[in-house]
Structures are given as C-alpha cells and as structure tokens.
Design a binder for this molecule. Structure first.
Ligand code: 3H9
Length: 705
C-alpha cells in the first residue's frame, strides 16, 4: 500500500507530503501520518524547517466526508474532535518553522491544518475555504478560532457561513496566505521556510489576537451576520452554528473557544441537516455515473451548436452555450420573433453588466458568438442542435424531420421538450441513436439542472457526450427515462395537484406559498407558476386532453384553466395566481382567486375549512415522494439521489432537507405509507400507495438503504 504521508529532506528542509488521492482527504492514517512526520522533522538534525504539501492536484481538501456518517453519538464526536484539536496544537508547537504549501484547494480540515502551521504560501490558482456549512456542520478542527485571528471576524463569518472559496490573491490580502509563489511551489515553499529558519521566526496563529481585539466590532459583525442569514439560510441551522462558534472566539480565550467549537460541531454532525447534505454531496457526484458509461467512454467533442427557437427557453439555452464559449446559431421562423429573442438576450447580458458581473466588452463578445438565422444554413457544420420550439408535438416532430436532413450524420439532436415522447422525435429524425432530450429549467442560463432524457435508441455515445457537455455548460446533468414529464415534471404534477386541491378545500394561495417557503423553497408553487407562465401548463393539459390523458390522476382543479382563459399567464401579463403592479414583481394576493376557489369547491360539494401549514407541507411532500417511488420502481431515475438532485437543482428544494426522497426516509417510510393510506381514506382513491413504498416500508428499509 502506498504511504499516505511521506517524508524527505531537501535543502535542509523536511518535506512532509500527503498522498491520498484523489483530493488528499484526511482519511484515517493521514492526520496521524502528518503528526508523526512533523514530529520526526522536529527531531531531525538535518532539517531546519518543515514544509507540508500535497501530492497530485491539490493540498488537503478536508476531512474524509464519508467518516461523518460513522460517528455513532455525541460522546464519540467529542472524543474525535478533542483528539484532532490536540494534534493541531502539537503541530503548532513544532519548534521549527512549519510552512503549508498550497496548490489546488485547502478546504475545511485542510485549511485548518494549514492554519495550524506557522505560515502558508500558495500558487496563484490556489483556493482556500471552510465549506463545512455546505455539509451541515461547522469547521471542527479549530477553524472557527484560528480563522478570525488570521483574517478577521468579517472574513471568517463570510467564509464559514457561506462556504465560499477564497482566491489566492484575496487570501493573501486578508492574511490567510503569507506569500504567493509564482514558479515551482515546493521550491518557493522551501526558500520561504529557510528564510524563516534563518530569521528564527515562528508565528502561531492561536497567539494572534490583534484582529479580534475589538470585541464590540466583532460582536456587531456577528449580529449582522445572523440578521443576514434570516434572508438566505432558508431554515438551515449550520450557518447560525458557525456564527455562534466564531462569536466564542471573541468572548472566550483560545482554549475556551475550541471547547465551544467542539460542542457545537457535535450537535451539527449528528443532525438530519448534515446527514442530508452529505448524502447530496455524494449524490451530486454519483449522477455522472451511469451504467455502461465509463470515464473514458467515447464521447463527441461539442465545439459548435445550434438552437432552434429563440423564445424564453431557446434564448436561455443559447446563453448557456455562449457562456461556456461555444458559438451558437440561433434560428427562428420569423424575423420579428428572432429580433425579440435577440433583444432579450442582449438585455439579460446588459443587466449582468450593469450589476458589474461582466464587462461591456464581455457583453459584445458573448453576443458575437450568436449567429441569428431564419434558415438552416450552417446546420450542416454544428456538433449539436437543441430544439426549443413551442411545446407542440406535431411542430417538434416536423423540426426533427428537418434536422435529420440538414445536419451531419454525427450531429447530436437534442429536444428541450419538458414532457413529450423523445422516441417519436427520434423516429422522425431518421437518426434515433443521436437523439436525446436536453430538458433545461427556466431561466436556462441560470438554473443548474439538465435532465438528459434517454430515448429507446439513444446511443451510449450520445448519453456520454450529453453528460460531458452538461459539465462544460456548468450544469448538473441527470440521466432520466423517457416517460411523460420525465422525472421533474412528472412528479411536479402531483405536487401541483395537491396544492390546487388544498386551495379548493380552503387554503389560500399565499398561505400555501408561505407554508412551502417556510419549509425552505425559494418560492411557493403559485409564485413559481406565475414566473414560469400559466400558459405553459395549460397547453400541456390541452395536449393531454387531446390524447385522453391527465397528468396526475385524481380530481383536476378547473382554476388553472380558468386563469389561462382569462389571459392571466402570470408575471408576464401582470396577473396570474397573484396580481402584479407595473414594474414590480412582488405578488399581491387577488380576491378573485378566493372567489374561483369557492366556486370550484361548491361545484365539487366541498365545505371549505381552515387548513394548517403542517397539512399543506405533508400533503405536497407525500404526493411528491409517493410518485418519486413510482419513478424509481419504473427505472425512470437510476437512484433516489438522482431524484433529490433533480429537485434541489431544478426546483430549489431546500438542500438541508435533502430532497423529496431523503425527506421521506427521514420521516420513515412506514410513517409516509400511513399518510398515503390516511389520505386515501379521507380524500379518495387517487391516493394510491406506490408498490415500492409499500415494499420498502414492510422491509423496514428506506429509499436510500
Ligand atoms: C471538514 O473538513 C471538517 C473539518 O472541519 C473537521 C475535521 C478535520 N472526502 O468533487 P469532485 C471525492 S469537512 C471524501 O468530483 P472536483 C468525490 O466524492 C470537508 N471524498 O472533484 C469524488 O469521488 P468520485 C470539507 C471526497 O475536482 C472525488 O473526490 N471539505 C472529498 O470537481 C473527486 O471530487 C469539503 O467540503 C472529501 N472531502 O472538486 C471539500 N472531496 O470520483 C469537498 C472530494 O468517486 N470537496 N471527494 O466521485 C470538494 O469541494 C471538491 O471535491 C473539490 C474537488 C473542490 C475538492
């Protein structure tokens, strides 16, 4: 077995190298190895100083995240933390200058090890951060105590509560790094360490009190951080826990602060929030692993693209390509629609420029990558075409027939349909192996999710290319099966059905939205429909009626279609489920909806009743998870984690709750099944337990186990 931590002496400096691919995580043996090698250096007469460095592409990316799930109880967490704190104190007490040499990332425990060193140097591309909060925990190896001492309270608060990475230049300016090494990192670090040894200098972070001396300013910053979190934490606990621990650096001495950190860490690491976030961390990486596709599976290079349709989706998709540096042909059927589409794209880029996110030159460069057209010229040159025309089956089919004629035989043909049958488009194209669904989420240039819909004949190469492309576009690509609505919208139909039924039964639109934003969604189902457009769902329902189907079985509320008929399409028409004042996106409740709900209730013979927030959350979550179980059982999603990743990235499901399937597991599948049965008795047979839910509940399992 290769050594996890190696030792050699070079130019009178002991070099301690962590070699634990892929990211040099602090797996069992690594912290012990570092301690042992630094102790060896301290005793080695041939070494005047010590450099701690990572092998491969990075410094230490933190604790081994898999370990958190193995901590059985609070006592075990306290014991482990005390041990690691003692280890870092011993490193800091090394009698010879100890320098961390950082390339890649120094994250979490990695930065904490680096801060226990006397000095830190890094390459210009290095990044540092305390991203523990993204895993539902706080820095647990002294980070909340050393970072404020090194970089000040405001920086520590920002890095710990948001989990951002800091660039090398920023880290240097803020005191986290002592020097940026332009050339060879090891050579630079050795030179730095030798200079410190020659000057007889050693600086221990725990003794640096200047940056926390102004207690009042620090406490004010903590209070401001807590107030800011109320807007963005969306119910997560760990960001507040970070503030509590940093505050302890101001109110207690170093030892007391560490003790406080150890206790808060123990509370967090055993929480459901942490379990959910750790699961998501791995699920987000797992989605790229598709049976039959290896890392080196053949995939086509996508260097140029075309988008058919310059509407809201087509424009956003074109922007996603351009943002990844891929030139795009943008086609529309008429000049007016093309001009409108282009002007929306320009406006979007100009808004970004006005906010200082990009420069004016970048706006022009982005626009220069888009070639507008009314015809098909250039389509024989591109590597991929994304069809994003109106959600109309016949229209899309005719586009695919045309694409089969005008593109190269190896060009990938992707449809952005949100619901329709990919296989029929594949057949129309005459090249089914190259056809795939690329379902973007609105706004396509912002939302991270890309559902990659695998048709019956989509080749492995087409899927492998789609997965690689998703990464290049900065998206999370999830491969799903070809069923109506795929995974995201198929499940959403059940979520919306319950919301509409709750409305008719007595809840108000704003009460339902409030219950779900309190749960952690960025917007509730009604505000969401007003953003996405009520016309979109209405047209899908029209199509379904034409083929004799409904989206989710059970009573279908008439109100969405009534709004569509009134021309209330949502924000874009100034009214939908809410009203909107001109130039203002704040939703204003509209008594008209109450009237419609009362009429709909009367028509169904319902007496409207007060409905509690708990019932709202329980009904929509149960509907989501139950249909998620059907999706899983049919193999439309490969894993429960894929569904959760889809909901987190496609609809803003609160990360700390893990996603609908993790939520069900947390509740316990027997409890979830009991709810489905209770709702069936109370509300009718459209509540039908998924056979997979029944089986797993009977076996005492969860979706994830
Ligand atoms: C912590 O440190 C707590 C401390 O305060 C207290 C205790 C000391 N552990 O993301 P990638 C795997 S909490 C285990 O695709 P990239 C990952 O699953 C930790 N495994 O690469 C994947 O495996 P596979 C604080 C890890 O180049 C492979 O490595 N640190 C870990 O896009 C490649 O990962 C963090 O939160 C880990 N810590 O990005 C950092 N990290 O190939 C978390 C990665 O089998 N990590 N893996 O799918 C990251 O942010 C990114 O992985 C990183 C590389 C930026 C490092």
């Amino acid at each position: 077995m290769p050594e996890l931590v190696r030792y050699h002496v070079q130019e009178e400096v002991a070099v301690v190298t962590v070699d634990n691919p892929p990211v040099n995580a602090l797996s069992p043996g690594v912290p012990e190895g570092i301690s042992e090698m630094v102790a060896r250096a301290a005793a080695d007469p041939a070494a005047r100083a010590v450099v701690l460095i990572g092998a491969g592409t990075t410094f230490i990316a933190g604790a081994d995240i898999r370990i958190f799930g193995t901590i059985p109880d609070r006592e075990a967490s306290l014991r482990r933390s005390r041990e690691i704190h003692a280890r870092l104190l011993a490193l800091e007490d090394c009698p010879k200058p100890l320098v961390a040499a950082i390339h890649g990332t120094a994250l979490g425990g990695g930065l904490e090890f680096a801060m226990a060193c006397h000095y830190r140097v890094g390459v210009p591309a290095a990044r540092v951060g305390q991203p523990e909060v993204l895993l539902g925990i706080i820095p647990g190896a002294g980070g909340t105590q050393r970072l404020p001492r090194l970089a000040g309270v405001p920086t520590a608060l920002e890095l710990c509560t948001q989990g951002n990475h800091s660039s090398a230049s920023r880290a240097l300016a803020e005191g986290i790094l002592d020097q940026i090494v332009e050339g060879d990192l090891l050579a630079g670090a050795i030179a730095f360490a030798r200079a410190k040894a020659a000057a007889g200098e050693i600086r221990k972070t725990r003794h640096l009190d200047a940056r926390i001396a102004d207690r009042q300013a620090g406490l004010t910053a903590c209070a401001a951080a807590r107030a800011g979190l109320r807007k963005i934490a969306r119910g997560a606990r760990a960001p507040y826990a970070c503030v509590d621990a940093i505050e302890a650096a101001l109110t207690l001495d170093f030892g007391g602060g560490c003790q406080r950190e150890i206790e808060i860490f123990a509370d967090c690491v055993l929480s459901a929030e942490s379990r959910n976030l750790v699961r998501l961390f791995f699920a987000e990486r797992e989605v790229a692993k598709v049976p039959g596709i290896a890392k080196d599976s053949p995939a086509r290079q996508i260097r140029s693209a075309a988008v058919v349709g310059a509407g809201t989706m087509g424009g956003g998709i074109a922007m996603s390509y351009v943002n990844a540096g891929i030139p795009v042909i943008l086609r529309e059927a008429g000049q007016e629609a093309l001009d409108r589409g282009l002007s929306v794209i320009r406006k979007n880029y100009e808004i970004s420029a006005s906010k200082g996110k990009i420069s004016k030159e970048q706006v022009e460069r982005a626009l220069s990558l888009i070639r507008p057209t009314l015809g098909w010229e250039g389509f024989d040159q591109v590597d991929i075409v994304v069809e994003a025309v109106f959600e109309n089956f016949e229209l899309k089919k005719s586009v695919f027939a045309e694409l089969g004629r005008v593109t190269r035989p190896d060009c990938i043909l992707a449809s952005n349909t949100s619901t329709l049958d990919i296989d029929q488009f594949a057949q129309a194209s005459g090249r089914p192996a190259s056809v795939v669904g690329h379902h973007f989420f609105s706004p396509a240039n912002v939302m991270k999710l890309l559902e990659i819909v695998r048709g019956k004949h989509s080749s492995l190469e087409t899927i492998a290319t789609s997965l690689q492309l998703a990464k290049k576009l900065g998206k999370v690509g999830v491969v799903v099966g070809n069923c109506f609505g795929f995974v995201a919208n198929r499940m959403l139909a059940y979520y919306l059905r319950e919301a509409h039924l709750l409305l008719e039964e007595g809840a108000s639109v704003s009460q339902i939205d409030q219950a779900l934003t309190d749960f952690g969604f960025p917007v509730g189902p009604y505000a969401m429909q007003d953003i996405a457009g009520i016309d979109v769902g209405a047209r899908i329902r029209q199509y379904l009626r034409s083929i004799g189907k409904t989206r989710a079985e059970g009573p279908q509320s008439v109100i969405p279609d009534q709004l569509y008929e009134m021309g209330r399409y949502g924000q874009k028409t100034g009214a939908g489920w809410y009203r909107y004042e001109p130039g203002n996106r704040a939703p204003v409740p509209d008594p008209l909806i109450e009237e419609l709900a009362e009429k709909a209730a009367a028509a169904r013979g319902l007496t409207r009743r007060p409905i509690a927030a708990e019932e709202i959350v329980s009904r929509v979550m149960t509907a989501l998870a139950n249909e998620g179980a059907n999706v899983l059982a049919e193999g439309m999603a490969l894993r429960p984690g894929d569904i959760d990743v889809i909901y987190v990235h496609g609809f803003g499901f609160p990360r700390h709750r893990g996603g609908p399937m993790a939520y069900a597991d947390h509740l316990g599948l027997p409890a979830m099944l009991a709810k489905v049965r209770e709702y069936r008795q109370t509300f009718g047979d459209h509540w039908s337990a998924s056979p997979l839910l029944e089986r797993l509940a009977a076996e005492g399992k969860g979706f994830y186990s």
